[in-house]
Ligand binder design. Structure first.
Ligand code: AMP
Length: 408
């Protein structure tokens, strides 16, 4: 056992249990409040994770390359360094009883080195599978989970051949580091194929069949190392320009579809042996078939509604799962709609300063709750915050949410 294990606060050691660690009844470990948790990535997901962890009495260390990130404003300590800075990464890992991540684009190789120093959860093998679209799709295919038909294009490979295999229309996506529709293009004819060939030159890509879906759904599952797993209710997601606009919970789909989506997500989390959260993004086809679009082993934008609309938020559930605590009740307190607030909501004027969104509209509505991430510059497409509206039915919540969004 490496000597560094001696400095892992709150983690069970073979030589005895440190103060904050206990065996829990169902087996596995338990990292108790008072311990320090680490999060790689300092965006809004890291910030809300830190806030939830602190509410349960944990300390939170954040590792993020960019200074002044949303999570650093609330962290007990921030490590500002590149993800490939092994010395800083090791110091960060040693200071934490467990480390998790808030996005998939953390390079996995440096994380292999810190895995002996702390509990990295979900494990690096999960991150490795989910951070590359091609690996993820091949894994889904191999495991027999329903997915969108795809073909691989090697660097400078034959895009046209892959498009022929998949059929038109299709979507070309970069294999690595894509999110929120970044690094993807629809191909529907020869002209768009040529344009994609130029755009994706020198890139490993995936060509996917374009799905004429009825709606998009997502399921967030929490799973502990002992194998206890619990789903949040299925969310129905509406995207605008490839970015999540509205999440409606519970999704307005038949109960059998919701059950199938939840079972699928639970099975995937189990097969991947996720410890922490896993978000499973799905397409529901016109014929009622579910297909997995993407996996994200972390809190997810489509779960933000749970801060106000569920008995346990996704962030608290993530803390519980990572720490081996009993999972919380993930049911809906009241139907909810979450609306993302992008930088687009700030209106630049030629005459004077930018007009800030009308927060009073949300703040003055009893059933709405505003969450802002403390980000500086409101760029187009940048997620600055969100608000959630609760109502007696999902339709009523959506109507109220649309009306509030129009007043921002
Ligand atoms: P992604 O980054 O892959 O999650 O894509 C962002 C959004 O683009 C999805 O939520 C869909 O709205 C849309 N999209 C992605 N892939 C496809 C596809 N194969 N067919 C139709 N729409 C897609």
């Amino acid at each position: 056992m490496p000597s560094e294990f001696g400095s892992r606060p709150g983690v069970e050691m073979k030589t005895g249990l440190p103060r904050a660690t206990r065996r829990c009844q169902i087996g596995g470990y338990m990292i108790l409040p008072g311990s320090t948790l680490g999060v790689l990535g300092g965006g809004q997901l890291g910030r809300m994770f830190a806030q939830a962890a602190q509410s349960l009495g944990y300390r939170v260390h954040v590792f993020e390359p960019a200074p002044d990130c949303p999570a650093s404003a609330v962290a007990n300590r921030t490590f500002t360094a590149d993800y490939r800075n092994e010395a800083e990464l090791a110091a960060f890992a040693r200071s934490c009883a467990a480390v998790t991540y808030e996005f998939e684009n953390v390079p996995v190789e440096p994380l292999w080195k810190i895995e002996p120093l702390t509990r990295l959860l979900p494990h690096s093998s999960v991150l490795e599978t989910c951070q590359n679209r091609l690996r993820e799709k091949m894994w889904l295919k191999k495991q027999g989970f329903p997915h969108v038909t795809f073909a691989e294009v090697e660097v400078n490979g034959d895009l046209a051949a892959a498009v022929r295999r998949v059929g038109l229309p299709c979507v070309v996506k970069t294999a690595d580091f894509g999110y929120d529709g970044k690094g993807q293009r629809k191909v529907s004819d020869e002209a768009t194929l040529q344009a994609a060939a130029v755009a994706f030159a020198g890139t490993r890509a995936v060509v996917e069949r374009y799905v004429d879906f009825k709606c998009e759904l997502s399921v967030i599952v929490a799973r502990t190392e002992a194998g206890e797993a619990r789903c949040f209710p299925v969310a129905e997601n509406i995207h605008t320009k490839h970015i999540l606009d509205f999440s409606i919970v519970p999704a307005r789909v038949p109960a059998a579809v919701a059950k199938e989506a939840e079972d699928l997500a639970l099975a995937i989390a189990d097969r991947l042996q996720v410890v922490g959260l896993l978000a499973v993004e799905l397409f529901l086809s016109d014929r009622g078939e579910l297909m997995v679009n993407e996996l994200a082993p972390r809190p997810h934008n489509s779960g933000h509604w749970s801060l106000d609309g569920a008995r346990t938020s996704q962030f608290e559930q993530h803390v519980r799962a990572v720490c081996g605590l009993p999972l919380g009740d993930a049911t809906v307190r009241e139907p909810a709609v979450m609306v993302n607030i992008l930088g687009d909501a700030w209106k630049p004027t030629s005459a004077g300063p930018t007009v800030v969104p009308n927060w009073s509209a949300v703040l003055g509505t009893a059933d709405a709750k505003l969450h802002l991430y403390g980000k500086g510059e409101p760029r187009i497409g940048r997620k600055m915050g969100h608000f959630t509206v609760l109502a007696r039915t999902p339709d009523a919540a959506l109507e109220a949410a649309r009306a509030l969004k129009a007043r921002l």
